[in-house]
Write a protein that binds this ligand. Structure first.
Ligand SMILES: C[S@@+](CC[C@H](N)C(=O)[O-])C[C@H]1O[C@@H](n2cnc3c(N)ncnc32)[C@H](O)[C@@H]1O
Length: 193
């Protein structure tokens, strides 16, 4: 990404942080290190669709494409209209849905019916710690219903302790990676159906 484009994406992120702090849930976009640590879990299957929840300004999205995901195989759900517009300009062949990821089942049926039954992996940057446990639990159920057997959910959080994040009850926990080169340091957790 060009320096000017990066600056304007960071400015957009900070503006959204000021107006919607709980939903943005981070002080800066993810570092390249964190995005690459997420993207390394992309399945090799070139036909599978990837669903990204809370893509923000597209740092993880970019890492997924660099890892080999075809842009037209990416479905993104972002509830900030400004960020969603930014993503549509940056990734025109991806399907970017403006909406609430907690309604992902309905949104996919409405906006991406071609992909709704072909999603093989879910990448989530949602600040789940800011949401009520019952809402996060419901989201985990919906993601589980979407994925095929052995399909993976990759979620990052800023919780560095031993307690598992909230998706844990509905999946097998298979890996965790601490990313120190991020502000703040983050943990990538990988779950499998
Ligand atoms: C921590 S930021 C991560 C942004 C980006 N993925 C990154 O790594 O830099 C969380 C993102 O989730 C979005 N978000 C929060 N709640 C959401 C919801 N219910 N549905 C969709 N997106 C949501 C925010 O607008 C923000 O873009």
């Amino acid at each position: 990404m060009q320096l000017l484009a990066k600056l304007s994406a960071t400015t957009l992120f900070l503006q959204e942080l000021v107006t919607r702090p709980r939903q943005v849930g981070a002080i800066l976009p993810s570092s390249k290190n964190l995005a690459v640590a997420m993207a390394r879990w992309l399945p090799l299957d070139p036909d599978c669709y990837a669903l990204e929840l809370g893509p923000g300004t597209g740092v993880v999205t970019q890492a997924l494409l660099e890892r080999g995901l075809r842009e037209d195989r990416l479905i993104a759900i972002e509830n900030s209209p400004k960020m969603a517009d930014h993503l549509r300009t940056r990734f025109p062949r991806a399907t970017t849905i403006t909406g609430d990821a907690f309604q992902l089942d309905t949104l996919l049926k409405m906006h991406a019916p071609h992909a709704a039954t072909k999603i093989g992996v879910v990448f989530s940057s949602l600040p789940l710690l800011n949401f009520e446990p019952a809402i996060a639990d419901d989201l985990a159920r919906k993601i589980r219903a979407l994925l095929p057997d052995n399909g993976k959910l990759i979620q990052y959080s800023y919780h560095m302790g031993n307690k598992q994040p909230k998706a844990a009850d509905h999946f097998d926990f298979i890996a965790s990676d601490k990313i120190w080169l991020n502000l703040p340091p983050a943990r990538v957790s990988v779950y499998q159906k």
